[in-house]
Write a protein that binds this ligand. Sequence first.
Ligand SMILES: Nc1nc2c(ncn2[C@@H]2O[C@H](COP(=O)(O)OP(=O)(O)OP(=O)(O)O)[C@@H](O)[C@H]2O)c(=O)[nH]1
Ligand SMILES: [Mg+2]
Length: 309
Amino acid sequence: MDIIQSVLNGDKRSIAKLITLVEEKSDDFINILKKIYKYTGRAITIGITGAPGSGKSSLVNKLTRILRTQNKKVGIIAVDPTSPFTGGAILGDRIRMQDLTLDEGVFIRSMGTRGALGGLSRACYDAVKILDASGMDYIIIETVGVGQSEIDIVKLADIVLLVMVPGMGDDVQAIKAGIMEIGDIFVVNKSDKDGADRLVTEIEMTLDLGSSKNSWKPPVIKTIATENYGIVELSENIEKVLKHMMQDDLLNVKRKSRIKQEIISLLTETLIENIIFRYSEKIDMLIEKVLERQIDPYSAMEIIISDVK
Ligand SMILES: Nc1nc2c(ncn2[C@@H]2O[C@H](COP(=O)(O)OP(=O)(O)OP(=O)(O)O)[C@@H](O)[C@H]2O)c(=O)[nH]1
Ligand SMILES: [Mg+2]
């Protein structure tokens, strides 16, 4: 399996190819994923989410530059809810990173979401594994903060940056919507605009409400991505939060729960598919009975389950 070796060697074309195989669920992709799994678990995954246009891509761009000066390899996944197929040129423009694509130590990929709610697709989770195995030190996943992808990012990332912008009117709303819980770091971007300090205060007050006096509080960082302001502070805070998470074993707890989630969802999917396939005739027969009110759907389920056992 050439492709496995070249992915492990960090070859960008092979990485891209393998992600495509995974997206298309082509033959054997699960076997390839099985083989690379033991090489994963080294990368740090950073999720970045926030309202459309809040400056996520600009922040990722500037953050990546800092990581590159530290000689870290960076994989970037831009989750694009608007289209599952984004051409390279449009992608570069959309995520404002054309200049980074030339860097050998940076890999950028756009991926679609799943369904109308925009949850992260299985392929996205697998792409993270591929990038991890390929030797990326950091994997940054950008998701637009609408719908399910924002919630899903917590399951995928070791650390989540929540980007907010002053004067958008929806800051308070976002805070109220319970989104606050997902942020490990709060980034107030576009701090060149009016109301940045007020937004910082507002976020800090909300964080205070939700935590006891001595407990850990997520940092709130002001940035102006376009002017590279606050980016060093942001990267230092990422390291600080990671250190805290490692010291308190929180990172392992997070990763364990991620693995549990993954096994459970694979199990659920496979079991259900299997049952539906194996008992399709029986299910058809039971449908007739339910239709005629001889039995109810609950009993139909119990009949099938008792057979499975
Ligand atoms: N004034 C100002 N503009 C910014 C700042 N950061 C980004 N922008 C601009 O805001 C616009 C959106 O930036 P992006 O980085 O594409 O934002 P995004 O959140 O990735 O956008 P989507 O991926 O489309 O949701 C661009 O025109 C940026 O140049 C900032 O700190 N201040
Ligand atoms: Mg973007």
